[in-house]
Write a protein that binds this ligand. Structure first.
Ligand code: HEC
Ligand code: HEC
Ligand code: HEC
Ligand code: HEC
Ligand code: HEC
Ligand code: HEC
Length: 398
C-alpha cells in the first residue's frame, strides 16, 4: 500500500509527476570537455570540503588501500591460522611464497578482505590464495588467477585505461589509472577544466540527467559481466568494462551499455542476454532461477556487485520513477556512503514495507555472507546473513 495521496495515484500518473521533477528544465547538463584529464580527489578538496569529507568517510574511497594501516586487525592476528584454516601463503599467478610484510595493497574491509602482492613476471599485482571473511572470522580459499590490474581495476580505481594490449589475443599488457578507489571523478568525470574554470559547464553531475541515466553511472560498476574484447594479462575474459579504445577512460555519463555489445555478455542489459538464461564461467548462477523466480518473473541476484541488474527488474526502475540516488546519497552519512537508505521506503510506502522484508540478502559475497537484493519482489524470499550488523571494522595499526 502506498502512503500519501501523491503516491497512491496510479503508477502512470506517478511516473509523470516524478519524471517532470527529475529533469531541471532548460538547464544544460555539464560535461567535461574532451580534452579534460583526471586530476584526483585531493584536488577537489579545497573548493568542496564538505563533499570531500562525506566521500572520504564512504566505502567508495576505501576499496583498495596501501596495506599499512588498512589490514583488518583480526586478519593480522590470525594470519598464520584461524584455528581451522591456515592464512594466505602463496601468490595465485606465480605460485611463489609471500609473507604478510610483502602485501602491498588490501582490497575490501567491510565484508571481506583480499591481499595484493607483486607479480614479478610482469610488474602487475596478483592475489594471495586466501581471503578473510569478516562475518565468520575465518580464512577461505580465493582462487583468482588473473592480475588485479587486468581483472578488477576498472571498478576499483578512477580514470583506469588500457595503455598497451596484444592485437591478436586482446590481452592487456599495460594499464594505468589516476587514483586507487572510487574517487570524485568516477561519478563526475575528469576535472582538469573544471578546477580552472570553476564552472558547472565543465563537470558532470548525475543529479542533472534522467533517472535511467543516473542509475547507469552507478551501474557501470555495480554489475556483473563477461568481457570478450579485452582479456586479462593471463588471457581470460575480463570481468570489468574498460573503454572501447586503448588510451581512453570511462567518463561518467558515457552510455557504456552501447559499448562493443557483440563482444560482451551483460545479462539483463543486452536484450540477447536475458535474466533467465544459463551462463558459464564467472556468470554461472549469477541469478536465482528456481520455481519461485519463474513464477514471479524476478530473478534475484545470487552474487554480489549486481545491484544494477537487480534494480532493472524492479517496478521502481520500470516505472521510471527513481534511481540509485533516490535512496543512496553519495554525499551524506557518518562513516558510510548512503544517506539513510533504509528510511527511504516510508516516504512512499506504509510501515509494512521494510528493508528486512523486501530486500533479502541474496547476493553471495563470501561464505554465508550476502548483500541485499534490489529486485523489490512483492513476494520476497528469506535472505541470508548480511553486513548490516557488523559495524565499522577495526584495523591493525602497523
Ligand atoms: C577552484 C575551485 C573548484 C575546484 C578545485 C573544484 N570545483 Fe567543483 N565547483 C566549483 C564551483 C564554483 C562550482 C559551482 C558552479 C556554479 O554553480 O556555477 C562547482 C560545482 C561543482 C559541481 C556541481 C555541478 C552541477 O552541475 O551541479 C560538481 C559535481 C563539482 N563541482 C565537482 C568537482 C570535482 C569532482 C572537483 C575535483 C576534480 C571539483 N569540483 C573541483 C569550484 C571548484
Ligand atoms: C559514487 C559517486 C560519487 C562520488 C564518488 C562522488 N560524487 Fe559528488 N555527487 C554524486 C551525485 C549522485 C551527486 C548528486 C546527488 C547528491 O548530491 O547526492 C553529487 C553531487 C555533487 C556536488 C553538487 C553539490 C552537492 O553536494 O549536491 C558536488 C560539488 C560534488 N558532488 C562533488 C564531489 C567531490 C568533490 C567528490 C570527491 C571528494 C565527489 N563528489 C564524489 C556522486 C558522487
Ligand atoms: C568506479 C566504480 C563505482 C561506481 C561508478 C559506483 N560505485 Fe558504488 N561501490 C563501488 C565499490 C568498489 C564499492 C565497495 C566499496 C567497499 O566496500 O570498500 C561500492 C560500494 C557502494 C555501496 C555500499 C557501501 C556503502 O558505503 O554503503 C553503495 C550503497 C554504493 N556503492 C552505491 C553507489 C551509487 C549510488 C553509485 C552511483 C551514484 C555508485 N555506487 C557508483 C564501485 C562503484
Ligand atoms: C564490474 C565491477 C567490478 C569488478 C570487475 C570487480 N568488482 Fe569488486 N566490487 C564491486 C562493487 C560495486 C562492490 C561493492 C558492492 C557489492 O559487493 O555488492 C565490490 C566489492 C568488492 C569487495 C568487498 C569489499 C568490502 O569492503 O568487503 C572485494 C574484496 C572486491 N570487490 C574485490 C574484487 C576483486 C578481487 C575483483 C577482481 C577479481 C573485483 N572485485 C572485481 C565492483 C567490481
Ligand atoms: C519514491 C517513492 C518510493 C520509494 C522511496 C520506495 N518505493 Fe517501493 N514502490 C513505489 C511505487 C510507485 C511502486 C509501484 C507500485 C505499483 O506498481 O502499484 C513500488 C513498488 C514496490 C514493491 C513491489 C510491489 C508490487 O506491487 O510489485 C516493493 C516490494 C517495494 N516497492 C518496496 C520498497 C522498499 C523496500 C522501499 C525502500 C527501500 C521502497 N519500496 C521505496 C514507490 C516507492
Ligand atoms: C528504493 C531504495 C533503493 C534504491 C532505488 C537502490 N537501493 Fe541500494 N540499498 C537500499 C537499501 C535500503 C539498502 C540496505 C541498507 C543500506 O545499505 O542502507 C541498500 C544497499 C545497497 C548496497 C550495499 C549492499 C548491502 O547489502 O547493504 C549497495 C552496494 C547498493 N545498495 C547499491 C545500489 C545501486 C547501485 C542502486 C541502483 C542500481 C541501488 N542501490 C538502488 C535501497 C535502495
Amino acid at each position: 500500500m502506498l502512503r500519501t495521496p501523491l503516491f497512491a495515484a496510479s503508477a502512470a500518473t506517478f511516473a509523470l509527476i516524478l519524471a517532470a521533477g527529475c529533469l531541471p528544465a532548460g538547464n544544460a547538463v555539464g560535461r567535461p570537455p574532451s580534452s579534460a584529464a583526471f586530476v584526483g580527489s585531493e584536488t577537489c578538496k579545497s573548493c568542496h570540503a564538505e563533499a570531500f569529507a562525506s566521500w572520504q568517510e564512504s566505502w567508495h574511497s576505501k576499496i583498495v588501500r596501501p596495506a599499512q594501516g588498512a589490514f583488518l586487525k583480526e586478519a593480522v592476528e590470525k594470519w598464520k591460522s584461524d584455528g581451522t584454516n591456515a592464512g594466505p601463503t602463496v601468490g595465485n599467478v606465480t605460485g611463489k611464497t609471500f609473507k604478510r610484510e610483502d602485501v602491498q595493497y588490501v582490497v575490501g574491509a567491510r565484508w571481506k578482505q583480499r591481499y595484493l602482492v607483486k607479480n614479478d613476471q610482469n610488474g602487475n599485482l596478483q592475489f594471495l590464495n586466501m581471503q578473510f571473511n569478516r562475518a565468520s572470522g575465518k580464512w577461505e580459499k580465493y582462487g583468482q588467477k588473473n592480475d588485479w590490474n587486468t581483472q578488477c581495476a576498472t571498478c576499483h580505481t578512477t580514470g583506469y585505461r588500457i595503455t598497451a594490449f596484444d592485437d591478436k589475443s586482446g590481452k592487456t599488457l599495460q594499464s594505468d589509472f589516476k587514483e586507487l578507489g572510487v574517487g570524485c571523478e568516477a561519478c563526475h568525470g575528469p576535472g582538469s577544466a573544471h578546477i580552472v574554470s570553476g564552472s558547472r559547464r565543465d563537470i558532470f553531475n548525475p543529479a542533472n540527467v534522467s533517472v535511467q541515466e543516473q542509475s547507469k553511472v552507478c551501474g557501470y560498476c555495480h554489475i556483473r559481466l563477461e568481457n570478450g574484447k579485452w582479456k586479462t594479462a593471463q588471457g581470460a575474459p575480463r570481468e570489468d568494462f574498460p573503454a572501447p579504445e586503448a588510451g581512453r577512460s570511462y567518463i561518467a555519463g558515457d552510455d557504456w551499455t552501447k559499448w562493443y555489445p557483440q563482444e560482451a555478455i551483460i545479462p539483463g542489459v543486452h536484450a540477447e542476454d536475458p535474466f533467465d538464461k544459463e551462463y558459464a564461467g564467472d556468470l554461472k548462477g549469477l541469478f536465482l532461477r528456481d520455481e519461485q523466480s519463474k513464477a514471479s518473473g524476478l530473478y534475484e541476484e545470487a552474487k554480489h556487485h549486481q545491484q544494477y541488474q537487480g534494480f532493472l527488474q524492479s517496478a521502481h526502475y520500470r516505472l521510471g520513477i527513481m534511481s540509485c540516488i533516490t535512496c543512496h546519497a553519495p554525499h551524506a552519512g557518518a562513516g558510510k556512503l548512503k544517506k539513510v537508505a533504509d528510511h527511504a521506503c516510508n516516504s512512499c510506502h506504509d510501515d509494512s514495507y521494510t528493508v528486512e522484508k523486501y530486500m533479502p540478502n541474496t547476493g553471495k559475497t563470501a561464505d554465508n555472507l550476502f548483500v541485499r537484493s534490489h529486485t523489490f519482489n512483492k513476494q520476497p524470499r528469506q535472505g541470508g546473513a548480511g553486513a548490516g550488523s557488523m559495524g565499522i571494522p577495526n584495523y591493525y595499526g602497523d
